[in-house]
Design a protein around this ligand. Structure first.
Ligand SMILES: [Zn+2]
Length: 79
């Protein structure tokens, strides 16, 4: 049998526990981001007036419904 001290056992236990917590957090974070990406795939923010709108067409330069300016399709980022 492998002899381990109590301190080593506690350290191993803590490391395993922290790794498990980290993995759970990582997977939940990944799921959340994937959900968000899906939800915000068609979201756009007008660069001129800051209006957020949805555009489900595949137009290269969607037009802002508020000010009518053309917007580049960039990755939507939440503040
Ligand atoms: Zn606009």
């Amino acid at each position: 049998m492998i002899r381990v001290t109590l301190a080593a056992l506690v350290t191993i236990y803590l490391l395993v526990f922290l790794a498990a917590v980290f993995l759970v957090w990582l997977s939940s974070e990944w799921n959340r981001r994937r959900r968000e990406r899906k939800a915000f795939r068609f979201r756009l923010r007008c660069v001129i007036c800051g209006f957020e709108f949805e555009d489900r067409t595949d137009a290269l330069l969607p037009r802002c419904p508020r000010c009518g300016s053309l917007n580049e399709r960039f990755k939507f980022e939440r503040i």
